[in-house]
Write a protein that binds this ligand. Structure first.
Ligand code: SAH
Ligand code: SF4
Ligand code: F3S
Length: 501
């Protein structure tokens, strides 16, 4: 039977003091291995194991790495023990994330003793941040490969096999892996992520990403559209367009000579098929335009959900964070969302205890939360990252107990808001894309509504990839619970009208 006595949601997302990685990827997925029953054997008879940490972009990169390795003849396995090649795709966003990966590496020590011929590699943001230093610190690491160097991975592995340690951490201004078709091995076959850009030019003072991922660059829109179309044809019904700041997407279309911005890309992907839902993450308050909101309002298949990280509710803190907007600007963007997309779900990221944060600045964050009433939030306490602007400029002077207390207050308030938001949905009917079996009951399925809320309902004969209309009868702070009242309506007519407009 389905039990509703739980305090984690269907996705496994909790509100921990510290998550292993960043939103919107659930803590439960951190360290997940890329699965591949169908590809157990490749042409060279060797097996690769890839474990991923951090954000969705990083998980998406693991699928590109799997594709590159498969081309080079590797099969992919979920068992580290039997693998010839063990790769950890790592995250540096907070100190805890790095510590967790170092612990994991220690666990691999035993494996390496049993199979000294196995090659161990570090990919991703930690590889980029620590570079060759990692080889010194972690003696069992053979390969270090940064996020823009994955095409060189087969060569690096060959080098390592010949007995040398191999490193490539060159960042690129062009690499977008545009034409590489990611191997979506552990997918549910219904929802997929598409990277639309790489890097970040924003230099938020707390953030390591610009150093680990390099300069911002946008991917060719034709290849994005083709990937979405291919996914639709293979039965997928939802794509999430990924970038650190999707609103600064910018690509020169060689056919028209016009520069395409994010609103144009959204429309392009929405037109692939009315039954293909389109999501995106992450939006940046300084760049989120009314045109994007208008495009969301125009296409029924663009999900009415925006993740708009605020970080702090006080303008002085935002200035120290170098976020380049203030409280008023942020609230104006929230008002714009409510104006153009009235039924939009809104979530955010918040950092508690940033350098110099006073009690009253913290209170302003709580007040902003009261004002906005987020559906959901990812909440962290500040973790100083070496080399960042904040590390160089401001002392990390809020004591850990104070950071944790403030974070707990933020979490408690958000739980109230999430529950209140879900209670407002009781009695409503939502169109839900069926994703998979509920974690807690084989008799139930789950999927998300437009606003990105997880909805659980009786299984009946519904299949992943179908749309259903669910009447909401119950809820927790993290999940809506209901029953299917009818199959989901097609919205082809509405989109066709836009297409010809
Ligand atoms: N590009 C996205 C988010 C990238 S990192 C954006 O700009 O919103 C995801 C989240 O991790 C951030 O929004 C921030 O809330 C958190 N984060 C980043 N660096 C952090 C640090 N040094 N300490 C604590 N949290 C941090
Ligand atoms: Fe980091 Fe800011 Fe870029 Fe987001 S926008 S990745 S927080 S520097
Ligand atoms: Fe982590 Fe790198 Fe993503 S630091 S959050 S894996 S961009």
């Amino acid at each position: 039977m389905y039990t509703r006595d739980f305090n984690v949601d269907e996705t496994g997302a909790t509100h921990p003091l510290e998550q292993g990685g960043h939103q919107p990827l659930e803590d439960a997925l951190q360290g997940q291995a890329l699965a591949a029953a169908a590809l157990a054997v490749g042409s060279n008879g060797r097996l690769a194991y890839i474990e991923s940490y951090g954000c969705q972009m990083n998980f998406s990169d693991s699928e590109i790495v799997a594709s590159i390795l498969h081309e080079a003849g590797y099969g992919i396995t979920t068992e580290a023990a039997g693998a010839d090649l063990i790769l950890l795709n790592t995250c540096s966003i907070r100190d805890k994330a790095e510590q967790r990966i170092r612990t994991r590496l220690r666990e691999f020590q035993g494996l390496k003793q049993a199979r000294p011929e196995a090659t161990i590699g570090i990919l991703g943001c930690m590889a980029e941040r620590l570079k060759a230093q990692l080889l010194e610190e972690e003696k069992l690491v053979d390969v270090v490969c940064g996020p823009d160097a994955y095409r060189s991975l087969p060569g690096l592995i060959a080098e390592a096999e010949s007995g040398q340690k191999a490193v490539n951490v060159l960042l690129s201004r062009e690499e977008t892996y545009a034409e590489i078709s990611p191997l979506r091995l552990d997918s549910n076959g219904v929802t997929a992520f598409i990277s639309i850009m790489r890097g970040c030019d924003n230099m938020c003072s707390f953030c390591v990403v610009p150093f680990t991922r390099g300069r911002e660059r946008s991917r060719n829109a034709f290849t994005i559209e083709a990937e979405a179309r291919d996914l639709y044809q293979r039965g997928y019904r939802e794509v999430t367009l990924l970038g650190q700041n999707v609103d600064s997407y910018k690509w020169l279309n060689p056919e028209t000579g016009q520069t395409e911005r994010f609103d144009a890309l959204l429309a392009r992907v929405a037109l692939v098929h009315p039954d293909l839902r389109v999501r995106f993450s992450t939006s940046h308050p300084k760049d989120m335009t009314d045109q994007v909101l208008q495009t969301m309002a125009r296409y029924p298949n663009i999900c009415k959900y925006i993740h708009l990280p605020v970080q702090s509710g006080h303008s002085d803190v935002l200035e120290r964070m170098n976020r380049t907007y203030d409280r008023e600007w942020y609230l104006d963007r929230i008002a714009a969302i409510r104006r153009w997309v009235p039924d939009c779900g809104i979530s955010t990221d918040i950092i508690a205890g940033f350098c110099g944060e006073t009690e009253s600045e913290h209170q302003d964050t709580l007040r902003l939360m009261q004002e906005v009433q987020y559906e959901m939030a990812y909440m962290f306490y500040y973790s100083e990252r070496p080399g960042t602007l904040a590390a160089r400029k401001y002392p990390d002077d809020v004591p850990l107990e104070v950071k944790k207390r403030r974070l707990n207050e933020i979490i408690a308030l958000q739980s109230e808001h999430s529950l209140a938001s879900n209670r407002r949905d009781l009695g409503k009917v939502f169109r839900v894309l069926v994703e998979k079996e509920s974690r807690r009951s084989a008799a139930h399925l789950c999927g998300r509504n437009d606003q990105n809320k997880m909805v659980v309902f009786g299984r009946e004969d519904w299949k992943p990839g179908q749309y259903v209309n669910v009447l909401i009868e119950d809820c927790t702070s993290a999940t809506l619970i209901g029953r299917v009242v009818s199959p989901g309506q097609m919205e082809s007519v509405a989109v066709a009208a836009v297409q010809t407009a």
